[in-house]
Ligand binder design. Structure first.
Ligand code: SF4
Length: 404
């Protein structure tokens, strides 16, 4: 019996499925498994795509251990059902064959800025509602953070190329290498007859450490490095500062590209990355040191100080513990915030105090008819969260455009 069917056989078809509650996009997991077992694989794929247009991608990059599989009842006394493997098999096998019921053009245009997880989701959902959709993508190819941030070994680029074909098949127009906020502003799109504009431009500006030496030649930001690791020469010893998934991706990529002494320095006593990502990093040879905070960067490496929790539970640096960690590259990976290009060009768009785009409850920005979701609103989060939020925003955009 194939592994996928063996795993499907383990499922108890719970009446109150905990797996589904653990899924940020509420995937009907028992139904997916039931359909597979009844050889209704296409129906399962159709259901998965309709609930989550990025199902194939989420089956690879989600934190399954904390979400669906982490909640599966079978995991209480043994191994949970390998839900992600089942979802991946179904979505991958059937992706090109999924049927799309495309309605006639309803006479309205929608613009989508950014072809990342949020933008692709909105584009597909609005196209399925009859809108003519144009995507404006600043880079050469679609995918956003999925192509230019998540390493190929976690998410093969061929999957994103298949999405490009899918968008073409859905008659969604793409303008690559097109930065809105440059020659063309958001207001220009509205003036040109787009009924609504969606902003899903992500969070690409690295957060700074704000310590001396951060501009030196031996410092790199993980979000820039992951964009194209082959153009960097990190040397053998890399000190990664940060503990999220981008830090794991940068550390693992550095090891794979030849750096043999890669250490992640974590301010707290645990990492923010998923357990699975950290496990893989350890298996690949990445070291971890906890309760360390960077103080200064020199040409020789990074000066770290030890940290501790004080009586109020606040993390503080222990005076007098500063010490140099010699390394060739200091890799800063402490999250990202959005670029400000759009806001500079269209001043009626506002940012909140965290530097993210300000939106009302319905996802509308401070500019009427202009909506946003994904990392540009929340700061760097996950693919599945961007998709889940974007589903709600697509409904709001539809409601708005129908009211015009
Ligand atoms: Fe099946 Fe586990 Fe979900 Fe129950 S919780 S329906 S066993 S996958």
């Amino acid at each position: 019996m194939s592994n996928v069917l063996k795993e499907a056989e383990k499922c108890l078809q719970c009446r109150n499925p905990r797996c589904r509650k653990g899924c940020p996009i509420n995937t009907n997991i028992p139904e997916m498994i039931r359909l597979l077992k009844e050889n209704e694989t296409m129906t399962a794929a159709q259901m998965l795509f309709e609930n989550n247009p990025l199902s194939i991608i989420c089956s690879l990059v989600c934190d399954h251990g904390a979400q669906c599989e982490g909640h599966c009842v079978k995991g209480i006394k043994g191994d949970p059902v390998a839900i992600s493997d089942i979802e991946h098999f179904i979505s991958d096998a059937c992706f090109e064959r999924i049927h799309h019921d495309l309605p006639e053009w309803n006479g309205k245009r929608a613009a989508v800025i950014g072809a990342g997880p949020a933008g692709i989701t909105i584009a597909v959902l609005l196209r399925e509602k009859g809108y003519k959709v144009t995507i404006f993508e600043v880079r050469e190819k679609i995918g956003g953070i999925m192509r230019y941030g998540i390493p190929d070994y976690r998410l093969p680029r061929t999957i994103l190329d298949r999405y490009a074909e899918k968008l073409k098949a859905l008659d969604i127009q793409i303008r690559p290498n097109m930065a809105i906020g440059g020659a063309i502003s958001v207001q220009d799109l509205l003036d040109d007859g787009y009924s609504s504009v969606f902003i899903g431009t992500g969070a690409w500006r690295p957060k700074r450490l704000n310590i001396p030496g951060e501009t030196y030649g031996n410092v790199q930001y993980a979000v820039n490095y992951l964009n194209d690791p082959d153009v960097y020469d990190l040397g053998r010893r890399v000190a990664v500062i940060g503990a999220g998934n981008a830090a794991m991706d940068a550390a693992r990529t550095a090891v794979r590209k030849g750096s043999d002494q890669v250490t992640v320095y974590v301010r707290r006593d645990k990492v923010a990355a998923s357990r699975e990502e950290q496990e893989y990093a350890i298996l690949e040879g990445v070291n971890f040191e906890y309760m360390k905070s960077p103080v200064r960067i020199t040409d020789e490496g990074v000066i770290l100080a030890d940290t501790q929790f004080n009586e109020e539970g606040k993390l503080v640096v222990i005076e007098g513990t500063e010490h140099l960690v010699p390394c060739d590259t200091v890799m800063v990976a402490i999250s990202q915030v959005p670029q400000h290009r759009l806001v500079t060009r269209d001043p009626s768009l506002k940012l909140n105090e965290r530097g993210n785009l300000e939106v009302h409850e319905n996802g509308q920005t401070t500019m009427p008819g202009v909506f946003a979701s994904g990392d540009v609103v929340t700061g760097a989060k996950t693919v599945v969260h961007a998709v889940a939020e974007s589903k709600l925003i697509a409904q709001q955009m539809d409601r708005y455009m129908q009211s015009l």
